[in-house]
Design a protein around this ligand. Structure first.
Ligand code: MTE
Ligand code: MO
Length: 374
């Protein structure tokens, strides 16, 4: 893995786990389109080496004409129209560190990496809508309801070796919100991000966006693979160590509205003239962030952050924001951010109301403390 980390990622990535390699960018790198070298990396196993010329994937299961498709075929505009979409990918572990501080929860650190605010990024993905590929394979047979993806990487858990595998319901494919991507920001996919082909599922948890795709399998129900059945489960607060059974939680799919302050950093000391500049992101998996507000006093007085940039126009992309917050107080202040999306969803006020046993989806208002010297 480190060969590719050194080659493909910024030298100052924050390495969240060594193996499997997981890393997130430094906070001050926030731009609407995340450069490939700064995009977070989330892996369950190693990084497979795949030769582009020999590469193909299989489409099988409940389709009328199962097919083997090469990358060359997939890139052939006579067979499949090429699309490019600006889409945010968010790991459900984003900001998990706050839940760990609240209460540690499931201690499986291979799954529960202690992510900060950077396990999210936005790219212009180029490839083919999966709906076209299913159509090319003669469409669905009766009973085909879910689409399962297999990655070439293997991962080891509790004495077994698995290929990475996940699924999405076909209805997500049908509305053209699932893409097979071979380019990221106009470049071939970096190895570490799934070269030569990955899935990108718009608005869903990053886990469904399978990298190093080898096989697509149409099935009647969700995938039985452990990543689908046993990871990325959301448990309500009354479920914990004694009673979490996988089946009494629910599978995380669409990401809720969330946001984060990227700069300043928690516990920064800031000398200023009455204004402190804040930057951050806001995202909603089911739509777009409609309003972002920040507070300098822990959430009593809120300031609306004016719209800037292009991202409000993009369904399934984040908004990055910045704001010069008026501050006259000296000493420790609590800054926080909250967002509403276009369906009027907003964020829980405190981490404790979003806490869950597997420590996913830290969607509460993001809070930091800074020391103000005016
Ligand atoms: N695909 C495979 N084959 N193996 C993986 O470990 N991790 C998933 C997903 N796809 C994973 C995978 C998870 S949990 C996330 S959040 C995204 O990839 C991260 O994509 P990135 O590393 O390109 O940012
Ligand atoms: Mo993830």
């Amino acid at each position: 893995s480190w060969k590719y980390v050194l080659k493909e990622k910024s030298p100052d990535m924050l390495h969240v786990l060594q193996f499997p390699y997981n890393g997130e960018p430094p906070r001050d790198r926030l731009t609407e389109i995340t450069p490939n070298a700064d995009h977070f990396v989330r892996n369950h196993g190693g990084i497979p080496e795949i030769e582009e010329d020999k590469y193909f994937f299989d489409v099988e299961g409940l389709v009328n004409n199962p097919k083997r498709i090469s990358l060359k075929d997939l890139k052939n505009p006579d067979l499949f129209p090429q699309i490019t979409k600006t889409v945010t990918l968010q790991c459900s572990g984003t900001r998990r560190i706050e839940q760990i501080h609240e209460y540690p929860g499931d201690g499986d650190e291979l799954i529960n990496a202690p992510w900060g605010e950077g396990a999210i990024g936005t790219a212009k993905w180029t490839g083919v809508s999966l709906k076209k590929v299913i159509k090319y394979c003669g469409g669905l047979k009766d009973g085909g309801m879910h689409v399962e993806f297999f990655g070439a990487d293997t991962y080891f858990k509790k004495g077994h070796i698995y290929n990475y595998a996940v699924s999405v319901p076909y209805r997500k494919v049908k509305v053209n919100e699932v893409m097979l991507a071979y380019e990221m920001n106009g470049e071939p996919l970096p190895k570490i991000h799934g070269f030569p082909l990955r899935v990108v599922v718009f608005g869903y948890i990053g886990a469904r966006s399978c990298k190093w795709l080898t096989r697509i399998n149409v099935i009647p129900g969700p995938s039985m693979a452990p990543v689908q059945m046993k990871e990325y489960i959301y448990y309500t607060p009354q479920i914990g160590k004694q009673n979490a059974t996988y089946s009494n939680g629910f599978s995380i799919q669409t990401m809720p509205v969330s946001s984060a302050i990227m700069t300043p950093l928690n516990h920064d000391q800031i000398i200023h003239d009455g204004k402190i500049k804040l930057t951050g992101w806001a995202y909603s998996g089911s739509g777009w962030p409609e309003r972002v507000e920040v507070s300098g006093d822990g959430g009593s007085i809120w300031y609306e952050v004016p719209f800037t940039g292009m991202s409000t126009k993009y369904f399934h992309a984040w908004r990055v924001w910045e704001y010069e917050m008026p501050v006259d107080a000296e000493g420790w202040l609590e800054f926080c951010v909250r967002t509403w999306d276009d369906a009027l969803n907003t964020q829980p006020t405190y981490v404790r109301s979003a806490w869950n046993w597997d420590l996913h989806v830290t969607s509460s208002c993001h809070r930091i403390k800074v020391y103000s010297i005016n």
